[in-house]
Design a protein around this ligand. Structure first.
Ligand SMILES: Nc1ncnc2c1ncn2[C@@H]1O[C@H](COP(=O)(O)OP(=O)(O)OP(=O)(O)O)[C@@H](O)[C@H]1O
Length: 758
């Protein structure tokens, strides 16, 4: 029976791979032809069209090569005799008959939602197991309601295939779960594009993996819009981005931008973190006002009149030009104030408004010069005079001193390095809060600085010198119209057209298109003002209010997926509730899905985690584990500071490595011990590929390992106000084994651990 079934499935799978090879070859040939045509020259328009076509073929080819592994993983049989094969992409044969159904297509949905209690029209679901292109096994679930017992009324979908997937050793990279998506996850994945969806769930409930499958689903379902506008996935740090980096390509999607919070502002890659006290102040929404005030402080007027000594006459002596005569021009104080106020109220950003300020000052200087020299006050003459004045360094210096051209980096670095600047810009912060912000000049950027830089960039704007004013105005008008057309399209598809608060023009302002030379993802990553079609924020509980401002700027259509667990909030500036962070942007318009099953952490370890959660966040419910897993989690007394401490820790780690065989292990340590303990386990290359990864709790967020050794839980608990949440995170990283080493008494919340002598 089984052999016969395997033979039948192999025949179909072989046919699918043959077809995949053929489509790849067709696409590669089309790409080659496009490139060959590209060398033939032609009009600009023809070249542009060829580039677009070649780009499309290249994209498709990348997608076709991404789906080699487990091309087809399932089959469903309907009561009416119809059979569908489910795979990573859809394929048709030469007669256009569907031979493989894309997992994201509506027809594939019963594969993920049918349960014995509610099978819909299905009579059987089959999971296929492939090794390369060979079918090596299958699991069947036969839905026969007549014979359904109470115990069959379980809710796990494809349990056998799921458990095989969960028992696999970890590889250091997240894999897709397309073959074993569970019903509650399916709901998240296929939820509509419009509005904000919050996915709240405990550790290991598949929030990350479901969110990534959701990105693939949305790209499939709304390809026209999302491929143009792009999808952004924001994670907590670059390590996490690398950890999840393979999932979307393996689902055939390559056009997604993965970024960490510290990389959101182009040109800065912040990895340093602030102390909890500093993070709280930097993440406070009042900082938006502080940055704005710091900028206003840079828009100055002189105490009295402005005086500028300009050069009136030069002569050349021995080949060198020397100044023979200077004259001091004056702009009275009131004129300076009016110039500043006019520029401020122009509603242009600072660097653009500078032109207005400069023009007013130049006008006043030119008039003063004409009066002093008894020269013409005709407009044409004054225009020449202004131009000549602007070429004088003394005039430029004077304008720069009052209204400087600023970069965000300059503004924020100057602010944070100066007690006086902080005092002036942040009078409402307490003395302690201002002290927490202060840092030495030249200090590296922290993740908490990035939203401040983004805020500053927003207020500063860019003065793009675009030809003559008339040309610039015309070009800007054309661009604005094109952008508004696009923005209306976005609003229609996201169903927000009725929403009075969303003005198409405001959305259009964010849109910038720079031609087909690079992929959407590349263009989007480089452009701070890029408006994405959809944004997924993972470990979203860690974002401060200021970080949310930066994220929301990138998603004016407010189509976003927010993934996280309030019980795992580690950042002192992070979320205590979703409403607190989201209401300012999407009040009454965000919906929440709960994921309640933990696929990662076995029950024995989860019981320990539940004790910790009960102690630190009594209102929060831990998720329920699907697996029971062998060995009991244990506590080993060990003093890492004793002379034999390092050797003892190494012995514990060696013992664990021997237990897990091929798998991977993490040593999770208090921040203050990181350097010393990391030095005990030297590695080459990426920490994700190392058999032993030494990590702080913050770095371990979102990751998982076959075995976890947590060092000094007491120090993790007391290090920050969120220490209890950190301990909960550390414990729930393990898929099989957990060991806690402790110098002092074990904290009572860990009393369930089995005591071991080393
Ligand atoms: N339906 C599924 N089939 C197979 N494996 C799954 C499924 N859902 C989740 N997993 C696995 O469970 C583990 C945890 O998933 P994931 O990292 O997405 O959880 P999370 O909710 O984001 O966790 P955390 O909050 O702790 O970061 C991963 O190894 C993932 O592949």
């Amino acid at each position: 029976m089984l052999a016969e079934a395997l033979r039948i499935e192999q025949a179909h799978v072989t046919r699918l791979y043959d077809r995949l090879d053929a489509v790849r070859e067709e696409t590669a040939a089309a790409l080659r032809a496009e490139h060959a045509r590209g060398e033939m020259g032609g009009t600009h328009q023809a070249r542009f069209e060829r580039e677009v076509a070649a780009d499309e073929h290249a994209r498709r080819l990348a997608r076709l090569f991404g789906v080699e592994r487990d091309l087809c993983f399932g089959r469903i049989d309907e009561a009416d005799g119809e059979t569908l094969y489910i795979g990573r992409i859809g394929l048709r044969d030469d007669d256009r008959e569907i031979i493989l159904t894309d997992w994201r297509a509506p027809a594939a949905r019963p594969f993920y939602t049918a349960t014995p209690a509610s099978p819909g029209s299905l009579v059987r679901r089959r999971h296929l197991h492939l090794r390369e292109r060979t079918v090596v096994g299958l699991d069947d679930e036969v839905f026969d309601l007549e014979r359904l017992s109470e115990s069959d009324r379980r809710t796990l979908v494809g349990e056998a295939a799921l458990l095989v997937a969960l028992r696999r050793g970890r590889t250091g990279r997240m894999n897709d779960v397309v073959a074993t998506i569970q019903t509650e996850q399916d709901r998240v994945i296929r939820s509509g594009l419009a509005g904000a969806l919050v996915v709240q769930g405990g550790p290991g409930t598949g929030k990350t993996v479901a969110a990534l499958h959701r990105a693939a689903f949305l790209l499939y379902t709304h390809r026209a819009v999302l491929e143009r506008r792009g999808v952004l996935v924001v994670g907590p740090n670059p390590l996490f981005s690398r950890y999840i980096g393979q999932v979307l390509p393996s689902l055939g999607e390559t056009d997604v931008v993965l970024s960490s919070l510290g990389e959101l502002y182009p040109g800065v890659r912040a990895t340093a973190t602030d102390t909890p006290a500093t993070a709280v102040v930097k993440g406070d929404p009042r900082m938006a006002g502080v940055v704005a005030a710091a900028l206003r402080d840079r828009q100055r007027v002189p105490d009295g009149d402005l005086e500028v000594a300009i050069v009136v006459r030069t002569s050349v002596r021995d080949g060198v030009e020397v100044v023979v005569e200077r004259m001091t021009l004056t702009v009275d104080h009131d004129t300076c104030v009016r110039a500043r106020d006019r520029a401020r109220t122009s509603r242009h950003p600072h660097n653009v408004a500078r032109r207005l300020f400069m023009m007013d000052i130049l006008k006043a200087l030119a008039v003063d010069e004409a009066v002093r020299l008894d020269a013409s006050l005709e407009e044409e003459d004054l225009r020449h005079a202004r131009k000549a004045l602007w070429s004088q360094p003394a005039v430029r210096d004077a304008v720069d001193a009052l209204w400087p051209l600023l970069t965000p980096e300059r503004l924020i670095a100057d602010l944070l390095a100066s007690p006086a600047a902080l005092h002036s810009a942040a009078p409402d912060l307490t003395e302690d809060e201002r002290a927490a912000l202060l840092r030495p000049p030249g200090a590296p950027w922290t993740v908490g600085d990035v939203p401040l830089l983004d805020e500053a960039a927003e207020l500063l704007g860019e003065d793009e010198d675009a030809g003559t004013p008339a040309e610039a105005a015309r070009a800007a008008e054309e661009e604005r119209e094109a952008e508004e057309r696009y923005a209306r399209g976005v609003l229609e598809f996201t169903g927000l057209l009725e929403d009075r608060m969303m003005v198409a023009g405001a959305l259009a302002e964010r849109h910038r298109d720079t031609g087909p030379a690079v992929t959407t993802a590349e263009r989007a990553r480089r452009d701070r003002r890029w408006a994405y079609g959809h944004v997924i924020v993972d470990e979203a509980q860690e974002l401060s209010a200021m970080a949310w401002r930066a994220v929301m700027r990138r998603i004016p259509a407010r189509s976003l997926t927010v993934v996280g667990d309030i019980a795992q909030t580690g950042s002192a500036a992070g979320a205590r509730s979703w409403g607190e962070m989201l209401d300012p942007y999407v009040k009454g318009r965000w919906r929440q899905e709960h994921l309640a099953v933990n696929y990662r952490t076995p029950m024995e370890i989860m019981r320990v985690a539940a004790d910790v959660l009960r102690a630190v966040a009594p209102g929060q419910e831990p998720p329920e584990s699907v697996r029971e897993g062998g060995s009991a989690p244990r506590a080993v007394p060990l003093d890492p500071d004793a002379p034999d401490g390092p050797a003892a820790l190494k012995a514990v780690v060696e013992g664990e490595l021997a237990e897990i065989g091929e798998g991977r292990l993490a040593v999770i340590v208090p921040d203050a011990r990181y350097d010393r303990i990391a030095a005990l386990f030297p590695r080459d290359g990426d920490v994700l590929d190392a058999p032993v990864a030494v990590l702080t709790v913050t770095a371990s967020k979102g990751l998982e390992f076959d075995a976890v050794v947590v060092v000094e839980p007491d120090e993790i608990l007391t290090r920050t106000p969120m220490g209890g949440h950190d301990l909960y995170v550390a414990i729930t990283r393990a898929t099989r084994r957990l060991t806690v080493t402790h110098r002092k008494d074990l904290p009572p919340m860990l009393s369930r651990l089995e005591r071991h002598r080393p």
